[in-house]
Design a protein around this ligand. Structure first.
Ligand code: HAS
Ligand code: CU
Length: 556
């Protein structure tokens, strides 16, 4: 039953390629560290402890802090970590160097230049527009130029992936593409299709307006274009975590990938279904007819299906590993998982939090329930369980083997690494539960509630939990940063016979038995394009031909 060939060749990255991945991580972790520092400030503010007056040397107000928090954590930490991690998966998966490493270097440097350009107005207080930068709020044009360059840089890195894959395919016409490379490609294609929306928004409307070339903007069209990108963006964050859960975590628990076929199908479904459902962020927007909102509402439920498939297959592969480790019983096997391994534990805790994050998402997606939840504290409750838990904690877990792999040194203080995940997890439980609860009680999001002269008394009991939970999470996060920075800088190297491997799980069945249609791009890309055209085309056409660039913008 267990025969089958390894899904990956036994290829080790050259040191210069490891370093290239490492540079992505340096930027990512620095962004996370700075961005997260505003986390406890905001959450304590909710609890009535306003530390912002002490922070005027750095930021002018709550909203500037919140913008830096959102941009650095949600956009920079993720994008840089992901491009680095996918680069590693492409090289390892295909068992060869990138086709044009220089091209990927150009992409990476473009991203870094873009980041620096974005940072200038952010820190100067000229881009306090939150990470969604809704018009008619208008930041300095440098903010748009910088963000555009970050996206362009990532596209160039993606092009580097495609050229590498193209060459591999020529050499291996009949092989199934190795799963981790396949999953990286899907994630990158998804990102490139998704970012067309925000590219059109910035280049077609926001940037010209901010340079004074046009008389104003059309906020409705801008929001539609933004969410064309904004929704699939969340799957760009999630899919690298799923890549690890499907194809790496099983190896780390002595198991195997449950099914190469099912995993591929899930990734294809994400490509197909991630984009055409952005209206679920716009259920309350007056400019979109209800009929189209219903279409996107239905498609949102469809895209939950590959996540349910993931839940089933990933837990099955964990159980399989646990049984091989001697675990028995309906739930007793859970104890046999290697909870002492910080990389595994971070990812298991990420998955547990995601069960709740996913349920909350499914509630958001209901057209009528959303009317009660939209713009309340419930929504940050939801996205901290998803991007700040499922994704971020999985990236913590990946770092615990990836950083040692890059620098050739053993992980420093594994017990502290383990503690970091548990602390972050505990803080997140308190924090997200409190936000969901006050949200249901009507507390708005994006508001410094601690400064409000009056708040309903039933909120107060939950707001201090926001403060405590947020602070505890920050402690966990700092421990993560300390562990990996010390690991990178410590003297001790692996001995000759030691080292870490990139964990790549074998599939339980021969990968060559995966049907060819699960490994062909043209049909899936065509279907993806068609579905986007159907679900977005008519409304985009309508909104573009009726666009009124007459809403004056204002610097917040
Ligand atoms: Fe969401 C708003 C709907 C998933 C992120 N979402 C947001 C925002 C963000 C975000 C950032 O329909 C706010 C944007 C803003 O600023 O306005 N979301 C959904 C739905 C899903 C979903 C239906 N969201 C995500 C993911 C995110 C993310 C993933 C980031 C990574 N979301 C919405 C809606 C809104 C929204 C509305 C608008 C709200 C509003 O009104 O503004 C689904 O895809 C979720 C499906 C997930 C599941 C869970 C499967 C569970 C798994 C775990 C397995 C467990 C393991 C552990 C492996 C069904 C796979 C085992 C452990 C052992 C020990 C055994
Ligand atoms: Cu969404």
């Amino acid at each position: 039953m267990l025969k089958g060939r390894p899904t990956q060749v036994d290829y080790q990255l050259e040191q210069r390629d490891r370093n290239f991945v490492g540079y992505h991580l340096i930027v990512a972790v620095a962004a996370l560290l700075i961005g997260s520092t505003f986390g406890p400030l905001q959450s304590l503010e909710h609890a009535g402890i306003d530390l912002y007056p002490q922070m005027t040397w750095l930021v002018d107000n709550y909203y500037q802090g919140l913008t830096i928090h959102g941009v650095l954590n949600a956009l920079v930490w993720t994008t840089f970590f992901i491009t680095g991690f996918l680069t590693l998966c492409m090289i390892k998966g295909l068992g060869r160097r990138l086709r044009y490493p220089v091209l990927n270097w150009i992409g990476f440097l473009t991203m870094v230049v873009g980041l620096v350009i974005t940072a200038v107005p952010l820190l100067a207080g000229n881009a306090t527009v939150l990470f969604t930068f809704y018009p008619p709020m208008q930041p300095s044009s440098l903010f748009y130029i910088g963000l555009t360059l970050v996206v362009v840089g990532s596209w160039i890195e993606g092009l580097g992936f495609y050229l590498t894959f193209y060459e591999w395919r020529k050499d291996n016409p009949d092989q199934r593409s190795p799963f981790i490379a396949f999953a990286s490609l899907v994630t990158m294609v998804l990102w490139q299709i998704a970012t067309i929306g925000v590219a059109a928004e910035i280049l077609g409307m926001l940037l010209p307006a901010s340079l004074g070339w046009t008389s104003g903007m059309d906020p409705q069209l801008a929001r539609t274009l933004f969410w064309f990108t904004g929704h699939p963006l969340v799957y760009f964050w999630l899919l690298p975590a799923y890549l690890s859960w499907y194809a790496m975590l099983p190896k780390q628990v002595d198991g195997k990938m449950f099914s190469d076929q099912l995993a591929r199908l899930a990734f294809w479904l994400f490509l197909l279904l991630s984009v055409p459902l952005g209206f679920h962020h716009q259920f309350v927007d007056p400019g979109i007819p209800s009929g189209w909102k219903y279409v996107h509402f239905a498609l949102t439920y469809a895209v939950a299906i590959p996540s349910f498939m993931t839940m089933f297959t990933v837990i099955a592969s964990l159980e399989y590993g646990a049984w091989r480790r001697g675990g028995r019983g309906l739930f007793g096997w859970v104890r046999a998982l290697p909870w002492g391994n910080p990389s595994v534990t971070a990812q298991l805790l990420a998955g547990i939090l995601f069960v709740f994050g996913g349920i909350g998402g499914i509630m958001n997606a209901s057209y009528n329930v959303n009317l009660a939840l939209h713009n309340t504290a419930w929504v940050p409750g939801h996205f901290h369980l998803t991007v700040a838990s499922a994704v971020t904690m999985t990236f913590f877990g990946i770092s615990y083997w990836l950083v040692p792999y890059i620098v050739g040194k053993p992980l420093w203080a594994p017990k502290l690494a383990l503690a970091s995940s548990w602390i972050y997890f505990g803080g997140m439980l308190v924090f997200s539960n409190a936000l969901h609860t006050v949200g249901l009680l009507g507390a708005p999001r994006r508001v410094p509630l601690g400064l409000a002269p009056y708040i309903p008394s039933e909120w107060s009991g939950h707001l201090w939990r926001v403060g405590i939970g947020g602070t505890v999470m920050y402690i966990g996060l700092i421990l993560y940063v300390v562990v990996i920075v010390v690991t990178a800088l410590r003297r001790k190297r692996f001995a000759e016979d030691e080292g870490v491997e990139i964990p790549v799980a074998e599939s339980r069945r021969d990968v060559q038995a995966t049907p060819v249609w699960l490994d062909r791009w043209v049909p899936w890309l065509t279907a993806t394009g068609l579905l986007i055209l159907l679900a977005y085309g008519p409304q985009l056409y309508e909104q573009i031909v009726n666009a009124q660039l007459n809403s004056p913008s204002f610097p917040p």
